[in-house]
Design a protein around this ligand. Structure first.
Ligand code: ADP
Ligand code: MG
Length: 338
């Protein structure tokens, strides 16, 4: 059974960056305004995320890393979340099957924090011979989650991920993108022991400012932005898009495309290629744009058969929405060049 669980977990947690993505989304869901990540050996040895969100109740700790736990938690109130793309209650469970997972958390209503350790979906003692009961400890409001020795029990997976600097740059890439999408939240990412963070954004910032901090002034000063909104009587046909994209002046080496659908970082080859086409003929050969697109659609129109961790996404009226977005981007660039 544990082997099957490990294989299933590996489908969800491919590498340190995919674990981090899940944890980031949990922290954002918890209403955090500050998220700090510390990494050792590309996240394989150690990956910690600290937030100042709502915290987890002590009574929820025993079932926190159970599969499909979300609906059983006492904090769970919004049933629609269950059918919402991205909530499956599998992330912490999966991580606990392929790593040592520990959680320190404090809600505003308690005087101390609690620390719990998990393995294979269950609470376990911190040390052999101790009890698995969460232990009271000092701590600030919010949650700190630590993953140690990721894939220690799946040696083949571990062997495939030997390049720790590659894994670290993937982590940083995910952090950068979420920081752009959540400019009101302060993000920090650093290697353990390093004095200077590799990412540091303030809270209460704007999208443009976050782009400037992370991707630099040359991109930021060339940015155009626009918003498309489509209202329909049928809610599943209503959608909106916020787009920040470089004007033809700026030429990146590789197209940088950040796509968020309902605040989840995803990939869509269709949208990507369509946008690339918009710039063909505008940019010289070998030059590429920067595009950040935040699309909000009815969660029911996202294809739920595609597992949320498979980043490639499909949704209702994909073609129509893609065409509208491309038209608007094209118009805006044309407008500017006159
Ligand atoms: P899901 O996010 O799909 O519900 P997860 O396994 O990612 O499943 O998380 C399980 C539950 O643990 C969440 O629903 C949430 O209630 C709680 N949780 C996880 N991380 C945090 C956090 N950083 N702050 C507050 N609650 C959290
Ligand atoms: Mg989650």
């Amino acid at each position: 059974e544990s082997l099957i669980n490990r294989i299933a977990a590996g489908e969800i947690i491919h590498r340190p960056a995919s674990a981090l993505k899940e944890l980031l989304e949990n922290s954002l869901d918890a209403g955090a305004t500050s998220i700090r990540v510390t990494v050792k050996d590309g996240g394989l040895k150690y990956l910690q995320i600290q937030d100042n969100g709502c915290g987890i109740r002590k009574s929820d700790l025993p079932i926190l890393a159970e599969r499909f736990t979300t609906s059983k938690l006492s904090t769970f109130s919004d049933l629609s979340r269950l059918t919402t793309y991205g909530f499956r209650g599998e992330a912490l469970a999966s991580i606990s099957h392929v790593a040592h997972l520990s959680v320190t958390t404090k809600t505003r209503t308690t005087t101390c924090a609690y620390k719990a350790h998990y393995s294979d979906g269950k609470l376990v003692p911190a040390q052999p011979g101790q009890t698995e009961e969460p232990k009271p400890c000092a701590g600030n409001d919010g949650t700190s989650i630590t993953i140690e020795n990721l894939f220690f029990n799946t040696p083949t997976r571990l062997a495939a991920l030997r390049n720790t600097s590659e894994e670290y740059s993937r982590i940083l890439d995910v952090m950068n993108k979420y920081a752009i999408h959540n400019p009101s939240v302060a993000f920090t990412c650093k290697k353990a022991g390093s004095a200077s963070p590799d990412l540091s954004t303030p809270s209460g910032s704007s999208t443009k400012h976050a782009i400037k901090i992370i991707y630099g002034r040359t991109i930021e000063k060339d940015l155009l932005e626009t918003r498309v909104k489509e209202d329909s009587k049928k809610t599943e046909e209503s959608w909106s898009a916020d787009i920040h994209f470089t004007n033809a002046n700026y030429q990146a080496k590789k197209m940088m495309f950040l796509l968020f659908i309902n605040s989840r970082l995803v990939e869509s080859q269709r949208i990507k290629r369509a946008l690339e086409n918009v710039y063909t003929g505008i940019l010289p050969k070998g030059a590429s744009p920067f595009i950040y697109l935040s699309l909000k659609i009815d969660p029911r129109s996202v294809d739920v058969n595609v597992h949320p961790t498979k980043k490639e996404v499909h949704f209702l009226n994909e073609e129509e929405i893609t065409t509208r977005i491309c038209d608007v981007v094209q118009e805006k660039i044309a407008e500017k060049s006159h």
